[in-house]
Design a protein around this ligand. Structure first.
Ligand SMILES: [Zn+2]
Length: 78
């Protein structure tokens, strides 16, 4: 992944593939990597494939943090 990540991507609030706002989507989201200790997420399926070559979460992979926690961290950063 050589792309730059936006602040919202780093806080798991934006899909790293299509830049969709994850706060307003109920589509399944999967962790596709990490950056600066935070999670990077994409939508399951095509977005995840673009981001990391997989369409599904690996067995045993972590879940995306609850949306409320992500938003709280984002707001705490101001
Ligand atoms: Zn996407």
């Amino acid at each position: 992944m050589a792309q730059r990540f936006t602040d919202e991507m780093v806080f798991t609030l934006q899909c790293v593939s299509c830049q969709a706002d994850l706060r307003t989507s109920i589509a399944a989201q999967v962790v596709i990597g990490h950056y600066n200790g935070g999670q990077l997420a994409a939508f399951r399926g095509q977005c995840a494939r673009q981001a990391c070559g997989r369409t599904e979460v690996l067995q045993g992979a972590e879940d995306v943090l609850p949306l409320e926690e992500r938003i709280a961290e984002w707001e705490a950063m101001g």
